[in-house]
Write a protein that binds this ligand. Structure first.
Ligand code: ZN
Length: 131
């Protein structure tokens, strides 16, 4: 178990649960949106500017986006499992504590910053959205 206090674990768990809630709603919205494709009324008064730009993207991008949401939901579920089994907060590569500040910024992190950077160099992943 990583060197986190119960209060820190609780904070991170709440962040994960809150993010999970938001994503579940987002995925549901996107499904509805896909079902209403071409219906301009669906755009009326929804969310902030960021949401609107997402809504304006074409369906391919919506699907990519939904895929990312699903990935993140899986990562959140995995993080919650790790909290339950006590392995949360340890780097899966080197076993060191990931550290609370990094976890607070990214509660689904499975690697310390050093191994994360190595991993990102090894697996050139999709480009990060600039939004
Ligand atoms: Zn590491």
């Amino acid at each position: 178990m990583a060197n986190l206090t119960n209060a820190q674990l609780e904070t991170l768990k709440n962040k994960l649960l809150e993010r999970q809630r938001v994503l579940v709603l987002e995925v549901r919205d996107k499904r509805e949106q896909a079902a209403n494709e071409g219906n301009e009324d669906a755009m009326g008064g929804v969310g902030d500017a960021g949401d609107e730009s997402v809504l304006r993207m074409n369906t391919d991008l919506d699907i990519q986006e939904a895929g990312r949401d699903m990935e993140e939901l899986n990562a959140i579920a995995a993080a919650l499992r790790r909290i339950e089994d006590g392995s949360y907060g340890e780097c899966e590569e080197c076993g060191q504590d990931i550290g609370f500040p990094r976890l607070e910024a990214q509660p689904t992190a499975t690697r310390c910053i050093v191994d994360q950077e190595k991993h990102e160099k090894t697996f050139a992943t999709r480009s990060t959205p600039t939004l």
